[in-house]
Write a protein that binds this ligand. Structure first.
Ligand SMILES: Nc1ncnc2c1ncn2[C@@H]1O[C@H](COP(=O)(O)OP(=O)(O)OP(=O)(O)O)[C@@H](O)[C@H]1O
Ligand SMILES: [Mg+2]
Length: 497
């Protein structure tokens, strides 16, 4: 045999078995699906009680009929017994025939059998004839002889009603025993049961169809959601779940929440892409400058030494710029990943502010900018001093950078019981209204050209924002073009570490 063919066959068998197993697994989870569970629950809740109620009613009806029949038989037996007594049937032969005729008529009319027994349980008359002369010793007869008239249903479905016949001197002369089968009652009950079953079957079908539709209505949107979420998990963030319903239920709310999550994911994704492209762009610009500068030296012959120095100087500052960008990026990434845990300590904020101002004062002085510092009260707070110094220094640095010569900057430190407030107000160029909301974005700069001159990377405020958020604080910007900008920072005094 060709071993290849053998191998192929073997593989085929394995595939088939695998396919079968998979199919069984699918089937099981299919019947355990929300839809089938809902359907089964509805059926159990909707149909089982109906069945129970129907069977209870049927039994009650049957019991009622039987009780009625017992009463009827007892009363008939009583009538016959009364007649027997009044006609002296047991002792006088003369009246027997006419009475027997009446009893026979009665028994035929009502379709029951009448036996007349004497005090020794011997049958003296039987509308069914067959038992005359026999002794009938059944509990009903004995109880009747003890003067306890009784009607009872037997296991075979027969009802016996036994009534005593009064003799002279308050003795028992015998017993009238009326018996009847319950066939007609059984027929009636069966009839009712048949109709009831038909009705139940109809109802069950209607319930099942309704529940099928209802479970479809409930589970269909969930199925759609699963499909959309699966696509999202493959990276298609533009997917949305169609919500038509104006009625708000949990499923609709879930769909809306999913859509919101998709919005957010899409935003994150586009921010990420934007960020990557910004980083590339920001690094490409200094790189191209370096390339142009180095090429112009390399391609020229007899380059004077001054030109070398000047170009190398330019190249050096471009490298510095790249290093600054990369440093800022690394800081941001670490902040984002919470890689550097905050080192919370009790810090004198007044000291911190004075340190920042002292460091940046020379920069302000070269532009003839006056810095006013107002300390409203002594404030200490549990913060990460190093990181918050960097964050606030970015704000003050911006105020100096974006304020023209001989402007002024007002810095204020205040606090209430819970929060520290730091405000930095400048008389600078301000920010256009529609751009105020964007200055915390990475690499965002209002005036791209001008900021390249000031050396900014556009990452300063992103770092500031992240740091303040990590302190559970907030930052607000109030700005008017050509008038100035005020940045207000709030930091909680105590951190829940
Ligand atoms: N006080 C201010 N007055 C006017 N514009 C401001 C002020 N502060 C920030 N901006 C605007 O917001 C932009 C973003 O500020 P951010 O501090 O993030 O970047 P940068 O100062 O340009 O660079 P970096 O701080 O990274 O060196 C700035 O480029 C500037 O256009
Ligand atoms: Mg800045």
């Amino acid at each position: 045999m060709n071993p290849n063919i053998f191998l192929q066959n073997g593989e085929l068998v394995i595939i088939l078995i695998k396919g079968k197993k998979q199919a069984i697994k699918n089937k099981i989870s299919f019947f355990l699906s929300l839809r089938w569970i809902l359907l089964a629950t509805y059926v159990v809740i909707g149909i089982v009680p109906l069945l129970l109620i129907a069977s209870t009613i049927l039994h009650s009806v049957q019991d009622y009929f039987i009780e009625e029949r017992k009463k009827e038989l007892l009363s008939q037996a009583n009538v016959i017994s009364g007649q027997i007594t009044s006609h002296n049937y047991m002792t006088e032969q003369a009246t027997r025939d006419s009475l027997e005729e009446t009893v026979l008529d009665m028994s035929q009319e009502h379709d029951f059998r009448v036996l007349v027994l004497d005090s020794s349980c011997l049958v003296v008359y039987d509308t069914g004839y067959s038992d005359v002369g026999k002794t009938v010793l059944i509990p009903e007869v004995i109880e009747a002889l003890e003067n306890k008239d009784i009607a009872r249903i037997q296991e075979d479905g027969m009802v016996y009603a036994a009534v005593s016949i009064s003799g002279s001197n308050n003795t028992r002369a015998g017993v009238v025993l009326v018996s009847d089968d319950m066939k007609d009652i059984a027929d009636t009950v069966n009839n009712i049961a048949k109709k009831g079953n038909l009705l139940l079957a109809g109802l069950a079908i209607i319930v099942i169809i309704m529940m099928f539709i209802l479970s479809q209505i409930f589970t269909e949107p969930i199925k759609k959601m699963i499909k959309v979420i699966q696509k999202m998990s493959q990276g298609h963030f533009e997917q949305r779940i169609q919500v038509h319903s104006s009625i708000h239920n949990e499923v609709v709310d879930l769909a809306l929440a999913c859509n919101q999550m998709a919005d957010q994911l899409e935003k994150v994704e586009s921010t990420r892409q934007q960020f990557v492209s910004n980083v590339s762009h920001e690094l490409k610009t200094p790189l191209s400058s370096i390339k142009v500068l180095s090429e112009s030296i390399l391609l020229q012959e007899d380059v004077p030494k001054e030109m070398y120095v000047e170009f190398l100087h330019d190249i050096n500052s471009e490298v510095d710029r790249m290093a600054a960008i990369i440093n800022d990026l690394l800081t941001l990434v670490k902040l984002d990943q919470k890689e550097i845990p905050l080192n919370f300590k009790e810090i004198d904020l007044n000291e911190m502010m004075e340190g920042i101002i002292k460091r940046l004062l020379p920069l302000a002085q070269t532009k003839g900018i006056h810095i006013n510092y107002e300390k409203v009260r002594d404030v200490t707070a549990t913060i990460d001093g190093m990181k918050l110094t960097l964050a606030i220094a970015n704000i003050v640095d911006n105020a100096i950078k974006y304020t023209p010569e001989s402007g002024s900057i007002d810095i204020k430190l205040d606090a209430d019981h819970q929060n520290v407030f730091i405000s930095v107000a400048d008389t600078g160029i301000g920010i256009p209204d529609d751009e105020v909301g964007r200055i915390f974005e990475r690499f965002y700069r209002v005036d791209k050209m001008r900021d390249r001159e000031t050396g900014g990377t556009g990452l300063g405020l992103s770092i500031t924002y992240s740091t303040i958020m990590m302190h559970n604080g907030s930052i607000k910007v109030y700005s008017k073009e050509d008038e100035g900008t005020t940045i207000l920072v709030r930091i909680p005094m105590r951190q829940n570490i």
